[in-house]
Design a protein around this ligand. Structure first.
Ligand SMILES: NC(=O)c1ccc[n+]([C@@H]2O[C@H](COP(=O)([O-])OP(=O)(O)OC[C@H]3O[C@@H](n4cnc5c(N)ncnc54)[C@H](O)[C@@H]3O)[C@@H](O)[C@H]2O)c1
Length: 462
């Protein structure tokens, strides 16, 4: 009889959890009908959380999901600036301060014409779980502008960035909100933002931004952290399954910050990277691409990846960047942008023998593509976990700034490796505990959620 009551109550909890998740998702859809990327990000998380609510009804009582999916604050502002010809332009700036239960808001700034409220919200929402997974004291935010840096002069970029920071500076601070870079925002833009912030505040607040130049308050190893961290995480996953990067054929999309250092680490671990891309197209070299050339073209000369074949005629250039996924490989590392791998790309990769995929970019695979990978036994490292190395080293930069000291590159790399290993273990354990062994998508969502949900319960309803 007692046994029966227990089973009934378990079933009751399960159905209450399903109803709760369904109701909250319907509410979010109704409230944000046009935000397709944000809805995609929430749906992907919600699917993982049903067993958590069945086991922990206290999260339902505390309205965790309703609160967790509504940003604490969204700031939207005008950014006016003058081009080199004296013409006035107006862009829109954003900062989404999503959740501060684990620390000051933390997350990058993106400059890209596609930036809108939905993209900012999806990125800031994902950041909640990612930052929680690092185990470091950071909340979650994201910001940016629909400004397109492509084709702009150095001075135009500086004027725009200063104008952007003039407004943003009212809403951030070392203990409030600490932005970093993302697409279109690298060390140069962070430098201009940092200069403008300090000018406006009349002081030197080293901890207000991360991703700074290591010669001026930045951390060694930050530039490399996301790409290296992704490869460290994927290597953990491969080793667990008696595989490794050594002698593997790898494709990395993009040729920006994350891609470059994912390529570098994969090469160091003995892989051959046969292709990379930019938004114009991709290069393919069956013998392995030359990273020095990619770095010079992208980091120094700011040129298109198509220029690569002028120096390496043995390589091929193709204009459609999405066709990069038609090249056979053992490991795919999408490191460019959201939704770059859909069902068609997933089927092509699997047909060509893909064994593992690590998401270096944020949400690079559609939900349908993820399902296809999992159903076909591809080892899958989700972005929230795999690309958390960047924000982890950003948090280390905050620590160094507070202590007014600098750790060595070796110290940072050791800490990064440890963080990525711990994230892998937390994801694996959470997946085991909630009945989906080996499912790192579920593991990452659940492990990140538990950390932030417990803090939200502890901090009361607000
Ligand atoms: N920079 C970080 O520390 C960090 C941390 C975590 C996650 N991310 C995520 O990683 C991704 C890349 O960020 P980044 O900092 O390297 O930006 P970046 O601007 O340095 O590089 C982006 C690269 O992607 C290319 N690209 C853009 N759209 C493309 C497309 N449709 N197909 C192929 N290539 C395309 C660009 O040409 C560029 O080479 C983003 O999703 C970002 O949110 C970045």
């Amino acid at each position: 009889m007692r046994q029966l009551t227990k089973i009934e109550s378990t079933q009751e909890n399960r159905s209450r959890a399903n109803d709760y998740v369904h109701e909250v998702y319907e509410l979010i859809k109704k409230r944000n009908p046009d935000e397709k990327e944000f809805l995609q990000a929430t749906r992907e998380i919600f699917d993982s959380l049903r067993p958590v609510f069945a086991k922990h009804p206290e999260y339902i009582r505390n309205g965790i999901l309703e609160r967790l999916t509504e940003p604490e604050r969204i700031i939207s502002f005008r950014v006016s600036w003058e081009d080199d010809q004296g013409k006035v332009h107006v862009n829109r700036g954003f900062r989404v301060q999503f959740n501060s239960d684990l620390g000051p808001y933390k997350g990058g700034i993106r400059f890209h014409p596609s930036v809108n409220t939905s993209i900012m919200k999806f990125l800031a929402f994902e950041q909640i779980f990612k930052n929680a997974l690092t185990g470091l004291p950071i909340g979650a935010g994201k910001g940016g502008s629909d400004f397109d840096p492509k084709g702009k002069s150095e001075r135009e970029i500086m004027r725009f960035t200063q104008s952007f920071m003039t407004e943003l500076s009212k809403h951030i601070g070392p203990d409030v909100d600490v932005p970093a870079g993302d697409i279109g925002v690298g060390r140069r833009e962070i430098g201009y933002m940092f200069g403008q912030y300090n000018r406006l505040k009349g002081g030197y607040e080293a901890g207000v931004l991360t991703g700074k130049d290591p010669n001026h308050g930045g951390s060694l190893g930050r530039k490399e952290a996301t790409g290296y961290g992704t490869v460290y995480f994927v290597e953990e996953m491969l080793n667990e399954n008696s595989l490794s990067f050594k002698d593997s054929k790898v494709i990395v999309s993009g040729s920006g910050n994350v891609s470059t250092y994912a390529i570098e680490k994969a090469l160091q671990l003995g892989a051959t990277v046969v292709a990379c891309s930019d938004s114009g197209g991709y290069i393919y070299d069956k013998n392995g691409i030359n990273l020095d050339t990619v770095k010079r073209l992208k980091e120094v000369e700011q040129k298109r990846i198509s220029e690569y074949v002028k120096e390496h005629p043995e390589a091929e250039y193709h204009e459609d960047c999405t066709a990069i996924w038609s090249i056979p490989c053992d490991i795919a590392l999408p490191c460019a942008t959201q939704n770059e791998i859909d069902e068609i790309a997933a089927h092509m990769l699997i047909g060509n023998g893909l064994k593992a995929l690590g998401e270096g970019a944020n949400m690079p695979c559609t939900i349908e593509a993820i399902t296809i990978f999992m159903e076909n036994g591809v080892l899958f490292a989700p972005a929230k976990a795999a690309n958390a190395g960047g924000v982890a080293v950003s948090a280390m930069e905050m620590s160094q700034n507070s202590m007014r000291l600098a750790w060595t590159e070796e110290e940072i790399d050791e800490r990064l490796k440890l963080v990525m290993k711990n994230i892998y273990e937390s994801c694996k354990t959470a997946a085991d505990n909630f009945g989906k062994p080996g499912n790192l998508v579920m593991g990452a969502n659940v492990a990140g959620f538990l950390k932030v949900a417990d803090a939200m319960v502890a901090h009361g309803i607000r």
